[in-house]
Ligand binder design. Structure first.
Ligand SMILES: C[S@@+](CC[C@H](N)C(=O)[O-])C[C@H]1O[C@@H](n2cnc3c(N)ncnc32)[C@H](O)[C@@H]1O
Length: 274
């Protein structure tokens, strides 16, 4: 997933969920003047700058959008500028020791939207978030437990034509995809790390794509394998993605023949470092 423009034009679902969760939680968070805020897995920076930043108290100190993809960070830095906003490269799955001074000062709030399902080792990621937070700091994490795209990757991974490009497909499937209690499992990871868990739940959500083309664009925008597949095979691969996706989605004929609904499970967690 390195196409910032494509993601920015097909992220309706992710944006809707970020707005919904921010609206629910931002006012209950414990704000103080000068707070340093981190948004991990910021992607092209839209949610960080256009949805999170306007909801922050005016006297916040610094907002850092961080992402493992240099392309996303470049795009975000070019598109969104503000004296208290910065975008940096950062890998939440790696050891923190090699990180810059920015991190050693710590953060008062850490947000993450639609990123953690791409990190297989949640104990490492959550412990990094814990270590990056100052005492009393809070985190609000939103990520997928289950969704049709994970079923698509699992099915394609078994097909001989796509297998060579998808050997590590498990890395891009949420660790809770097969779990019967995703919310409880993630809550335990938070508690074991030392967090006071204020809320942690797994919600079932639904999203309507107005056309099958919109569903295809959104599958393409978040697909982590396309970069490895030769360009001449892209259309064939995407047609296969769409076919597998349609098997596990619902065509909602009451709304209109083209409308395709997807149902997915989203973990929303709010926790404090005491
Ligand atoms: C689906 S995008 C979400 C972007 C944005 N937060 C939003 O809600 O629109 C997920 C982002 O997480 C980033 N990401 C994946 N693994 C990461 C890691 N280990 N550390 C930091 N960012 C990561 C990806 O590069 C991608 O830009």
């Amino acid at each position: 997933m390195h196409n910032a423009e494509l993601y920015s034009s097909s992220h309706g679902l992710q944006k809707r969920d970020a707005v919904q969760v921010l609206t629910e939680y931002i006012d209950s968070m414990n704000w103080k003047p000068g707070d340093r805020i981190l948004d991990v897995g910021c992607g092209p920076g839209f949610v960080t700058s256009q949805e999170l930043m306007p909801r922050l108290p005016a006297d916040f100190g610094l907002l850092v959008g961080a992402d493992v993809s240099p392309i996303m960070v470049q795009h975000a830095s070019k598109m969104y500028t503000h004296p208290k906003l910065r975008f940096v490269e950062f890998d939440l799955s790696k050891d923190l020791r090699s990180t810059s001074e920015l991190w050693t000062q710590g953060f008062d709030k850490i947000f993450s939207f639609y990123c953690l399902h791409w990190i297989p080792d949640h104990r490492k990621a959550v412990s990094n978030i814990y270590n990056l937070l100052r005492t009393g700091g809070e985190t609000l994490l939103v990520f997928l437990a289950k969704c049709p795209a994970f079923k698509v990757y699992s099915a394609q991974r078994l097909k001989p034509e796509w297998q060579p490009y998808m050997e590590d497909a498990h890395r891009f499937i949420s660790p809770y995809h097969q779990s019967s209690e995703p919310g409880e499992e993630f809550s335990k990871v938070l508690q074991d790390t030392g967090f006071e868990v204020i809320d942690c739940e797994c919600r079932t959500n639904e999203y309507n794509y107005n056309t099958v083309g919109c569903l295809k664009d959104s599958l393409r925008a978040v697909n982590p394998f396309l970069d490895r597949i030769p360009t001449e095979l892209h259309e064939e691969y995407l047609a296969d993605c769409l076919m597998e996706a349609i098997k596990v989605t619902e065509r909602n004929n009451n709304i209109g023949a083209e409308v395709t609904s997807i149902r997915y499970e989203l973990i929303v967690a709010y926790a404090r470092k005491t």
